[in-house]
Design a protein around this ligand. Structure first.
Ligand code: PLP
Length: 375
């Protein structure tokens, strides 16, 4: 059986996890947390990176920093994980969904401006499958309309757009280190605070709404409750698990890109024959091999392919049921414009196994089975 996902486990993690456990400092903000944050900030050119307990809580922090509240609208794609929309909804904001582009499954940047109203406060982009949105156009829209720009960068850790790391374009970028992501601590994530004006408030929000950080820095003589906040710090034991992966971040990315390229090369004949569609990487994007998917003719064919591959011992998965038509989406959000591609493309997409060290042999077998299905 070739599993759909196998979380990365480097041998060195064991050593660092044991070291962390023996240190007596297993709460957040200790040795390994700091090491991870330093590597990420330096590599991505971010003013400030903080680890969080998940990608979901990173998004919640971002919405808290953006002061999303009742009456505020936030523009986002319909094709995304519930966490992207939940972060807006739990603070009382209204998600306004926009259609996607069929080539990358990312928000259609040409449909964003039509969704802007006097109530719009922020744009939350989602970079799908390790491939960046058109940030040139989107940053320009945010600037011209004076909107806060947030990035759900859960899937694009170590991917770039025009040479700049994704997650560092918006006011806040949100990463995930869930077991299904490229770099993993089981459950975890990070925020990149790219707008320096938000850094001080971030310290308060992540310290349960207290000015504890200022107290430890000697800026105030006692610490107290000063703002909203929550507990966003993961245990240092989890950071120790992640740490060695960040030391070989590029090597791990290359392994996935090699797998992606092999999939692409072996399946290209099927694409050229008009049987399937394959992912598109636009000019200027360097992806991180987060995902490889195949697009079938329609929903029926996707289900048949998934069943066929399961019988051949290959685990696959489909993705996000569009949020604008989901029960909660209908209740708390609305679609701006038409759903031209979101539902149609969601129904065609099937994700293939993709993980660090999936290997050539497995990839070849999977492609052989896909070819057999289309014979
Ligand atoms: C994984 C993911 C999340 C949530 O991250 P968790 O760490 O699982 O909470 C949010 N948005 C997108 C696009 C994701 O892929």
């Amino acid at each position: 059986m070739i599993k759909f996902n196998v979380p990365p486990h480097l041998e060195d993690s064991d050593k660092y996890v044991l070291d962390s456990m023996a240190s007596g400092d297993i709460a957040g903000d200790n040795k390994y947390t700091k090491l991870c944050e330093e590597i990420l900030a330096k590599k991505f050119g971010s003013p400030k990176v903080h680890l969080t307990t998940s990608g979901t809580t990173a998004l919640e922090m971002a919405c808290m920093l953006a002061d999303i509240g009742p009456g505020d609208e936030v523009i986002l794609p319909s094709y995304t994980f519930s966490s992207t929309a939940n972060a807006i909804v739990i603070f009382g904001g209204t998600p306004v969904f926009v259609d996607i582009r069929p080539d990358t499954m990312n928000i259609d940047e040409t449909k964003i401006e039509a969704a802007i109203t006097p109530k719009t406060k922020a744009i939350m982009v989602v970079h799908y499958a390790g491939v960046g949105c058109n940030m040139e156009v989107i940053c320009d829209i945010a600037k011209r309309h004076n909107l806060i720009l947030l990035e759900d960068a859960a899937q694009v850790v170590n991917a770039t757009y025009k040479g700049k790391y994704l997650g560092t374009f918006g006011d806040v970028g949100c990463y995930s280190f869930h077991e299904t992501k490229n770099y993993s601590m089981g459950e975890g994530g990070a925020v990149s605070i790219n707008n320096p004006a938000l850094i001080d408030r971030t310290d308060i929000i992540r310290e349960k709404g207290t000015n504890r950080t200022q107290f430890f820095n000697g800026q105030v003589d006692k610490y107290t409750w000063v703002d909203k906040g929550s507990s966003y710090l993961p245990s240092d034991i989890l950071a120790a698990y992640l740490y060695p992966q960040l030391l070989i971040m590029d090597e791990m990315r290359q392994d996935r890109i090699d797998t992606f390229n092999l999939y692409y090369e072996l399946l290209k004949p099927l694409k050229d024959a008009g049987k399937i569609d394959l992912p598109v990487i636009p000019e200027g994007c360097v992806h991180n091999g987060h995902m490889f998917y195949v697009k079938t003719k329609n929903l029926e064919e996707r289900c048949a392919l998934q069943t066929f591959l399961r019988e051949k011992g290959v685990g696959t998965a489909f993705h996000y049921v569009p949020l604008h038509s989901a029960p909660e989406g209908l209740k708390v959000g609305r679609m701006s414009g038409e759903d031209v591609y979101t539902t149609k493309e969601f129904e065609r997409l099937l994700r293939m196994p993709m993980y660090y060290k999936l290997g050539k042999e497995n990839t070849e077998y999977i492609c052989d089975m896909i070819k057999e299905f289309y014979k």
